[in-house]
Structure formats: C-alpha cells, structure tokens
Write a protein that binds this ligand. Structure first.
Ligand code: FES
Ligand code: FES
Length: 167
C-alpha cells in the first residue's frame, strides 16, 4: 500500500462563523489548515505553527486557541469563529476592528487577526481588566512590529466603551 493510501480521512462537521459546514479532513491536519484550505478563511495566519506566536488564534466554543496545534478532527461538533465572522451583515467592522484602525494598532497586520480573536474573548467575558491584566492576557501574541502599546490601547478603549454601554 502506498503512503497516499495510508492517509486516513474523517468527516468533520462544525459551525463556522454561524454556518454549519462539513468536510472530510486528513486526520493529521491542523485546524489552521482546514480553515484556510477548505474554507478560505485566510485571516487565520500561519506564523510559527508550534503554538508560540498567536497568529493562528481562533475561538472554539468561545475560548481562544492556537489553531495550528489543534487538530481539525477535534473541531467536530464545535463552534469556530474567526475574524471573517466579526463583521456586520453589510460588511461593517466590529467595534474592536475599528478600534485597531483608530489606534493605529495594525502595522504589517500579520499578527492582527489572532490578537483580535483574543480580544473578542476578553471583551465577551464582560469583565473589567486593568492595563496590566490585559497585557498578560495578550502576552501569548508576538507582534514583530512592536505595536504593543497601540494594541493595548485598542483593547482597553473597546472594553471601556462596552462596559459603559452596559451600565
Ligand atoms: S502559528 Fe499558531 S501559534 Fe504561531
Ligand atoms: S502588526 Fe506586524 S507582526 Fe503584528
């Protein structure tokens, strides 16, 4: 039997950005590969591919994960969210995306989608964090352009705006 014939495939059914999807995936494939290769969700970036940089982060059932070290088959039955799912019906940007633009928190942009998904997890917790706590929560992300202060500004301001609205 050739190597090709040895590859096993499994059906993975999951909700991606609100829509049910299903596809056969190589059991060795990462979630990054499934999202990019099968569904063209190219906001999910390949950086280190060993769980060190956060460029591939997506939300799985509301929690942020490095999709490069998460097998695609584990996503069966789960709900996955990426930056593509954050926009409104008419393509309007979400508040956190707009804040990244307003605060000049995007430079090369390679790290940005992963950071935004971590920010979504932080914001959806509904909690108020100090700047130092936010720094820690975002510390799993590497930005080689060193835009960290602007990134923190964007997340902090959006958190404060959302909390004010809820009062
Ligand atoms: S590409 Fe996944 S953590 Fe770096
Ligand atoms: S904006 Fe360049 S690596 Fe983050």
């Amino acid at each position: 039997m050739s190597k090709e014939q040895n590859i096993q495939y499994k059906l993975v059914r999951c909700k991606i950005n609100g829509v049910m999807k299903e596809t056969m995936v190589d059991v060795r494939a990462s979630l990054t590969d499934m999202l990019r290769g099968e569904y063209q969700l190219n906001s999910v970036k390949k950086g280190c591919e060993v769980g060190e940089c956060g460029a591939c982060n997506v939300l799985i059932d509301g929690e942020c994960y490095n999709s490069c070290i998460y097998l695609a088959v584990w996503a069966d039955g789960k709900e996955i969210r990426t930056v593509e799912g954050l926009m409104g019906e008419n393509g309007e940007l979400s508040d956190i995306q707009q804040a990244f633009i307003d605060e000049a928190a995007v430079q090369c942009g390679f790290c940005t989608p992963g950071i935004i998904m971590s920010a979504v997890e932080i914001l959806e917790s509904g909690k108020e964090y100090t700047r130092e706590e936010l720094r820690k929560l975002l510390s799993g992300h590497l930005c080689r352009c060193t835009g960290y202060e602007n990134i923190l500004n964007a997340v902090e301001k959006t958190m404060q705006k959302r909390l004010k609205k809820e009062l």
